[in-house]
Design a protein around this ligand. Structure first.
Ligand SMILES: *Cc1c(COP(=O)(O)O)cnc(C)c1O
Length: 392
């Protein structure tokens, strides 16, 4: 047995983070107005938000929230199973199920909570979860929490996925993202859906970066590829393109019934405020209609402009119609320095480092929103050219 540590000292842990260039800190913004933000007495153009359609600060959002607050007030008072389920929650879930073309849907307080609740409710120690190597932390943590055997395949590697499917024990759940959050590339969902069907596995697709952005009505990448009916578990967040907060799981009625009974992050957490569910219902309707189409088309235009700006300075973009454009730089300290220089120049572009991405693949992560203007993107191009061109 190890000796008990006599006293706590976390200074070495903090020092080590600093020494490795992995130190992170919170930087409060004073004011957010679309993609323009103010802090520390100056203004920046924000290229780091996942508010892809620019809805978070929109008049529609503010009106929907104000209406929701005046009708329903603040917190919901209890968990959904106690007295926290309002008709408005149920209406939102019906609308989400209709949108995702599933029998039912369930909302959670965040996308992270969806994963943590869903995966352990469905699989356990005698089962197997097969994950793409680049899956989001919430999916990895949920898989660990389930106690199932975890198998990982190299990013988007179909042959390796098939080999893992051949030897997997128990019930088998394949987990992937549709658009990968730090790489902006797409999973080969059609092929993955074929494989999972051949081996009788289930498929969970995390559309955090696809829903609202891609596919007919913004239904996501699986719908864009015509394979949404082959996806068993549709996971999504309401915090990114939807511009608000929360997450959902859309699936069969049976799965949703099981989650209501077994998903601990759903059962033991207070229901999201009713005014949020009200606003989300209004925004979902908007995302599905012509206004959503118009925003998606603006976003696509901005992404294409940014891709061409990047390619002019020799940076290839992922071959996917996503709004995430990574610039992979390598060492964390180098990427940090570039990010800091862009900050000086008036652009908020985060440096993504280990442990979010593999060591040695630190990067800038540029994200586009429908409300970025052509001059703003042009200015970003000039700043990148200058910063990267003089990196020595
Ligand atoms: C952001 C994100 C989540 C978590 O969603 P939240 O609503 O922010 O908790 C889950 N999966 C992926 C891939 C994400 O990028």
């Amino acid at each position: 047995m190890e000796e008990r540590t006599e006293s706590w000292d976390i200074t070495p842990q903090l020092d080590e983070l600093r020494a490795q260039g992995l130190w992170r800190e919170l930087r409060p913004l004073d004011e957010v107005n679309g993609v323009t933000v103010r802090a520390e007495g100056r203004e920046w153009i924000n290229f780091s938000s996942n508010d892809y359609l620019g809805l978070a600060q929109s008049a529609e959002m503010k009106d929907a929230l104000a209406e929701g607050i005046s009708r329903y007030g603040g917190g919901s008072g209890a968990s959904r199973l106690v007295c926290g389920t309002h008709r408005v929650h149920a209406a939102l879930e019906e609308a989400l199920a209709d949108f995702k073309r599933t029998e039912a849907a369930l909302t959670f307080s965040s996308g992270f909570a969806v994963a943590l609740g869903t995966i352990p409710a469905l699989v356990g120690p005698t089962d197997t979860i097969i994950l793409d190597k680049l899956c989001h932390a919430s999916l990895v943590d949920a898989a660990r929490l389930s106690g199932a055997t975890i198998r990982v395949f190299p990013h988007n590697h179909l042959e390796k996925l098939e080999r893992l499917l051949q030897t997997a024990k128990g019930r088998v759940l394949v987990v992937t993202e549709s658009i990968f959050s730090m790489d902006g590339d797409a999973a080969p969902l059609r092929e993955i859906a074929e494989l999972k069907a051949r081996y009788g596995a289930w498929l969970l697709v995390d559309e955090a970066h696809g829903v609202g952005v891609l596919g007919p009505q913004g239904r996501g990448l699986a719908a864009a590829l015509g394979v949404d009916q082959q996806v068993d578990l549709h996971l999504g967040t309401l915090s990114k393109a939807f511009g608000l907060s929360g997450g959902y799981l859309a699936a069969s009625r049976q799965v949703i019934d099981l989650l209501i009974n077994r998903a601990r992050s759903f059962i033991y957490s207070t229901a999201p405020p009713v005014h949020l569910a009200h606003a989300m219902g209004v925004i979902l309707e908007l995302i599905r209609n012509e206004r959503g189409d118009a925003l998606r088309s603006l976003l696509r235009g901005g992404v294409e402009q940014t891709q061409s700006v990047l390619s002019e300075i020799g940076i290839a973009s992922p071959p996917a119609p996503s709004a995430i454009l990574p610039v992979i730089l390598g060492e964390a300290s180098h990427a940090m320095a570039i990010s800091a220089r862009l900050r000086e120049a008036g652009f908020l572009i985060p440096c993504i480092r280990y442990p979010t991405v593999a060591r040695g693949s630190a990067r800038l992560r540029i994200t586009l929103c429908a409300v970025h203007s052509a001059p703003q993107i042009h200015a970003l191009g000039s700043a990148l050219r200058e910063t990267l061109g003089t990196q020595g």
